[in-house]
Design a protein around this ligand. Structure first.
Ligand code: HH2
Length: 269
């Protein structure tokens, strides 16, 4: 999953793809590098980010989703939003996956938008809300707490009419978590994978990588690759990343080493 942030303030690429044509071109590039999913977001969720109105968010993402729908061949378009109206506009414009960092709990209308569209949905764990989530994150056992939350949100989604086979789960790296919480979640990701749904891991360039390696945002690719490889080994199957080509290369090598008998030349990952 390649990231296209149509925002002025995203933590690593804010302002780069605000122009719809530039955002569309970037999504096309990410697909050419091997992304199977292109995730379009119009509101930054970085710690401390200010909320964006729904009109402004739709204004940012709708032309990009529309443009990608006619420019991408075969890749899934994902909309990264917590707002039902934004999700509905993006689904109408060609998106088929709703990536909701509030796991359908942020907007009372989101579950019904997803259920009636019959689209795929990613349910992510977050403690608190972006403006304040890094103030003092605390858990009993972070992995058990995140797992219980995801299980409950999955049950709520199914109760609202979302089919279970459409659900992707995400521990929400960096969302209301200390460095240690993030490391623990990666280390024990298999416990989340045991819920039986595909697991999405979003570690790309995040702050905990800087804390461990000392690298600034622009220099966090090596740490991002290490976390993706570890995540693969522990059951993640979708990787939300800024740097698609190097991530795919690292995952290909890791996957081939984990299952040598399944590796074939020219094989699709
Ligand atoms: N992380 C970010 C945004 N959306 N969605 C999912 N499912 N999982 C994540 O880990 C995740 C996410 C934050 O990263 P980014 O989009 O690069 O920055 P920003 O929120 O500042 O736009």
């Amino acid at each position: 999953m390649g990231i296209v942030n149509v925002t002025p303030d995203s933590f690593s690429d804010g302002g780069l793809w605000l122009d719809p044509a530039a955002a569309i071109a970037h999504g096309v590039l990410l697909q050419s590098e091997g992304a199977a999913i292109v995730d379009v977001g119009g509101e930054s969720t970085r710690p401390g980010a200010e909320p964006v109105s729904e009109e402004e968010e739709i204004r940012r993402v709708q032309p990009v989703v529309e443009g990608l729908a006619s420019s991408l061949s075969g890749a899934t378009i994902s909309i990264d939003t917590a707002k039902a109206s934004v999700a509905a506009a993006a689904l109408a414009a060609g998106a088929t996956l709703v990536n909701d960092v509030t796991a359908l709990a942020g907007d009372p209308d989101m579950a019904s938008v997803v259920a009636s569209a019959g689209c795929d949905v990613c349910l992510m764990h977050m403690q608190g809300e972006p403006r304040t989530m890094q103030a003092n994150p605390s858990y009993g056992d972070v992995v058990s707490d995140v797992k219980a939350f995801l299980e409950a949100r999955m049950a709520a989604a199914v109760a609202a009419g979302v089919s279970e086979e459409r659900i992707i789960l995400d521990p929400g790296i960096g969302f209301g978590k200390t460095v240690n919480h993030n490391l623990e979640l990666i280390s024990r990701l298999s416990e989340i994978a045991a819920l039986g749904r595909p697991v999405l891991l979003g570690t790309s360039r995040k702050r905990f990588i800087g804390a461990v390696t000392g690298a600034d945002t622009a220099d966090r690719l090596p740490g991002s690759l290490a976390s993706a490889v570890l995540g693969l080994e522990r059951g993640a199957t979708i990787f939300r990343v800024h740097d698609v080509a190097p991530t795919l290369a690292a995952l290909r090598l890791a996957a081939a080493s984990l299952r040598p008998s399944e590796w074939k030349p020219e094989g699709e990952f």
